[in-house]
Ligand binder design. Structure first.
Ligand code: SF4
Ligand code: SF4
Length: 382
């Protein structure tokens, strides 16, 4: 069996020259861009633009990484586009706030259509037989995925596999949370999405990662690495090893291997460049427990509310902006001004809550975090 290759290159800053050198070194280690793209092909770069946010907040893929990869793809003769569908709002607006629109302008490349999409079937999937995919992705020959290394309460870690979720346009994304409230089903859907799209190459921005209350409200954490692979499962598992998170805990690992998307077993991964051991951050702030099976979907509400993690609003930080209410995908809403009094702060109704964390992910104030009830803490230690 051929091993999956993951290249790791140290990069201490977002200085454009340093990033360019590091990206060139990483792609050389993998054997060169010609292995992944051909001249004349229409290729879409897909950064992580969860929401439009300044690069220094570390929510989005840094423009320096975007530009470095873009320059090399242009040098390889591809017809280059870019885009992403954020959690909410139009792609163009969010890309501008993340300074990726400006980076795209500097490269002289255009936005692909991530506003609208079309249905495509996926008969070889594990779970989801049809997806609506952004036109920009469907009209391309392939995508190059540019994930950011960050924490996430649902999947524990968000990297190469989850980055393709932004290939589903607009609010259709949130409907997958409603249809698939079990975190393991949701992860299987992400794997299916990846086996449908099959990114040609993934380049992960881990120069300054995000720890703690990610993927939007965590703390920037210098990790000084860029990772490269055509295997998104191997790439994610390598990033997990660097942040001292067992790849088995990440919900996309097992279905990813089962679906043939890639491998998370270290014996099947060839590491090129830096050794993992020299980079490991044992104190990286990430949830190191696996999500409980059926933590939202199949557990009875009574048990769920006593042991499962849940979102919690910090009243001192909440500005009553209502974003969490707007983004909650369940009907009736699980976070709302219950009673209709908008002069008070929204509250969660945990009986309705499916623990999708769309509210936590999009809260602009970082006012929502994850808490574990006492019984859940005891259960997780058994
Ligand atoms: S999104 Fe955050 S700040 Fe806005 S109402 Fe909800 S908890 Fe408060
Ligand atoms: S309250 Fe938050 S975690 Fe619960 S269903 Fe709504 S968005 Fe998801």
């Amino acid at each position: 069996m051929n091993k999956s290759k993951v290249a790791i290159v140290k990069c201490d800053t977002y200085d454009e020259k340093d990033v360019q050198r590091a990206v060139e070194a990483g792609l050389d280690l993998l054997g060169g861009l010609a292995l992944f793209v051909k001249p004349g092909e229409k290729i879409v770069m897909k950064p992580n633009v969860l929401v439009g946010s300044k690069p220094e907040k570390c929510v989005t893929t840094h423009p320096a990484v975007f530009k470095a990869v873009g320059r090399l793809l242009q040098g390889a003769g591809v017809n280059l586009y870019y885009g992403d569908s954020p959690s909410f709002g139009r792609p163009g607006f969010n890309l501008k706030r993340a300074r990726l629109k400006q980076a795209g302008d500097e490269l002289g490349i255009e936005l692909a259509d991530f506003d609208k999409g079309r249905a495509v079937s996926h008969s070889d999937s594990l779970l989801i037989k049809s997806f609506v995919i952004a036109n920009g992705v469907l009209d391309s020959d392939g995508i190059v995925s540019l994930p950011k290394l960050k924490t996430h309460p649902l999947t524990r870690f968000t990297g190469a596999v989850k980055n393709q979720f932004g290939c589903i346009p607009g609010f259709l994304k949130s409907q997958y949370h409603v249809k698939l409230p079990d975190p393991y089903d949701f992860a299987t859907m992400l794997v299916d999405l990846n086996t449908l799209i099959r990114p040609r190459l993934c380049v992960m921005d881990g120069v300054i990662a995000m720890e703690g209350n990610g993927p939007r409200s965590g703390r920037p954490r210098k990790m000084n690495v860029l990772l490269f692979s055509s295997d998104p499962i191997a790439l994610d598992s390598t990033a997990c090893r660097i942040i001292d998170l067992a790849p088995e805990i990440v919900t996309t690992s097992e279905p990813g291997e089962k679906a043939g998307l890639g491998t998370y077993h270290s014996e099947n991964i060839e590491i090129l460049g830096e050794e993992i051991e020299s980079l490991v951050a044992h104190d990286f702030d990430v949830i190191r427990r696996a999500p409980m099976p059926g933590s939202a979907g199949r557990l009875s509400t009574f048990i769920k509310n006593r042991i499962c993690e849940r979102p919690r609003i910090d009243k001192a930080k909440c500005t009553n902006c209502g974003t969490c209410v707007k983004m909650c995908p369940v009907d009736p809403k699980a976070v709302d001004w219950h009673g209709g009094d908008k002069s008070k702060l929204p509250t969660h109704d945990y009986d309705r809550c499916i623990r999708c964390y769309c509210c936590q992910e999009t809260c602009p104030e970082g006012a929502i975090s994850v808490e574990t009830p006492l019984l859940g803490k005891i259960y997780s230690r058994i």
